[in-house]
Write a protein that binds this ligand. Structure first.
Ligand code: SF4
Length: 469
């Protein structure tokens, strides 16, 4: 992308600031091109740094949120300091579809909702009289997207806005192809020069040096090339149905990138995840399954605001040693075994009186669910309230970064299956999926992981008699 910001004198509509944070790393070419075409002077906030982070620290509402989100406060304060006329920071709920196998194109709820957090916590916006435009946008629906932009800027002629958006979409697509071309060029270089490479996979904002703390440089210092997940994900394919619901745009790239790296002899996969990232509680386990399913080494690096590369350095060196060992023994990537078909609940099972276990998610409402199920001929049993043993089971089986409700839900189900008085030959599980951007859609995937299969696809459920794993 060639960015040439308009001069102050050329900006007929004033200056608009955009924070260099979260999904702006994905969508900046789109937003820059739109506002530039509309006659704005587009100001991006300064590069991330500890100093910039501290400028916004007092407005951070939750200590538990990930570092990329916390940094957003500093970026908005930086734009306030730069005296922009307005700020544009949209709530992008849906991204543009990229891969056919994905069932949705959600952004993480933190990414999608963070403009609202900024709006209600950064008082300086009101104090300095800087309007912040943060429309809710669905990039997967071009017509709705254009309509929202028109409604957000009613003073701009509709036709002008439409043309600017089209220009922006074309530029975004061009940038996406540029990134992919760079990935292919890097692979070509590696093959030609017999160099190993690492797919350093994360989310778009993990390219921010203040977020990744120089891990890419650490890898190149070890003589290996670094490729981002979005530069090679178009080369991968999902060969078998994933255990998880593939519904987040950035994470769909991770699965493809993992699948591609897993099959290459000269490529490894290292996943970066930020502390506090609830979605990565799902995606890290899935990427690990893909990589290890091909008999390769999966490496996860967890990062936060602390810039201490000691642990990362050891992990990268260990990975390098493992690659050398593997090469010495001529070990090649293996084919991944297809997952076992999930048995469906049939009419016969209903007639045979199979017990259907449902977790207790809402005491008042779920009592009705149980009665309704039984009235229609299903032997439905909603589990009682979670016990301390259920909590222990949840902590044992669920990724530690998952939220407490996930731990309770899976824990009570595992507790019932392991310790309950049920005939495991005649049991089924009923668990709802929310269909939203939160990880709750993936509770069922977490439960499937709790009763894992072995690599060859045979049943290795914790309960020898159990058929549903
Ligand atoms: S996906 Fe994870 S790291 Fe990214 S914004 Fe959401 S919680 Fe933070």
């Amino acid at each position: 992308m060639t960015i040439k910001r308009a001069k102050k004198s050329e900006a007929t509509r004033g200056t608009i600031g955009i924070p260099r944070a979260l999904n702006i790393y994905e969508n900046y070419p789109l937003w820059f091109t739109i506002f530039d075409a509309l006659g704005y002077r587009v100001m991006l906030s300064s590069k991330s740094s500890k100093n910039l982070y501290e400028k916004g620290i007092e407005t951070i509402a939750s200590e538990a949120v990930c570092y990329p989100a916390k940094l957003t406060h500093g970026h908005v304060m930086d734009l306030v300091r730069k005296k922009v006329d307005a700020i544009f920071y949209p709530s992008v709920v849906y991204e543009k579809p990229e891969f056919g196998e994905a069932t949705n194109n959600f952004n993480c709820p933190v990414v999608a909702g963070y403009p609202e957090v900024i709006r209600v916590n950064v008082d300086a916006l009101e104090e300095k009289g800087i309007p912040m435009y943060s429309p809710f946008i669905a990039l997967d629906n071009e017509k709705a997207f254009i309509e929202t932009m028109k409604q957000t800027f009613p003073e701009i002629p509709a036709e002008e806005m439409e043309q600017a958006v089209q220009k922006g979409l074309a530029e975004a697509e061009k940038c996406r192809r540029d990134i992919q071309n760079e990935g292919e060029a890097a692979l070509h270089y590696m093959a030609k020069n017999n160099v190993k490479g690492i797919v350093l996979a994360g989310h778009p904002y993990h390219v921010d040096p203040e977020v990744n703390h120089g891990i890419p440089e650490l890898i190149t210092m070890n003589g290996m090339a670094v490729l981002t997940e979005d530069s090679i994900s178009h080369l991968g394919s999902i060969d078998h149905k994933l255990r998880v619901e593939n519904q987040w745009k950035y994470h769909a790239r991770l699965y493809r990138a993992a699948s591609f790296a897993a099959k290459q002899e000269n490529l490894e996969f290292v996943q970066l995840t930020s502390f506090g990232c609830g979605l990565d509680a799902i995606t890290t386990d899935m990427c690990q399954e893909i990589i290890e399913g091909h008999n390769k080494v999966y490496t996860l690096l967890k990062i936060d605001e602390i810039n201490n590369l000691g642990a990362a350095r050891i992990r990268v060196r260990s990975l390098k040693a493992a690659i050398e060992e593997r090469d010495r023994h001529h070990i090649k990537p293996a084919e991944m075994a297809p997952p076992k078909e999930r048995p469906l609940f049939t009419k016969e099972m209903r007639k045979e009186g199979y017990t259907i276990l449902a977790p207790q998610l809402a005491p008042t409402h779920f009592a009705m669910l149980e009665a309704a199920g039984r009235a229609t001929g299903y032997n439905l049993e909603v589990l009682p309230a979670v016990t301390p043993r259920g909590v222990d089971e949840g902590l044992r089986y669920v990724n530690n970064d998952a939220c407490y409700p996930a731990i309770l839900t899976i824990g009570q189900m595992m507790d019932a299956l392991k310790h309950g008085d049920y005939d495991l030959e005649r049991i089924a599980v009923l668990m709802t999926q929310t269909g939203g951007g939160c990880r709750a859609t993936n509770y069922i995937a977490m439960l499937k992981k709790s009763a894992p299969r072995s690599r060859d696809g045979t049943n290795s459920c914790h309960f020898p008699e159990c058929k549903w794993a």
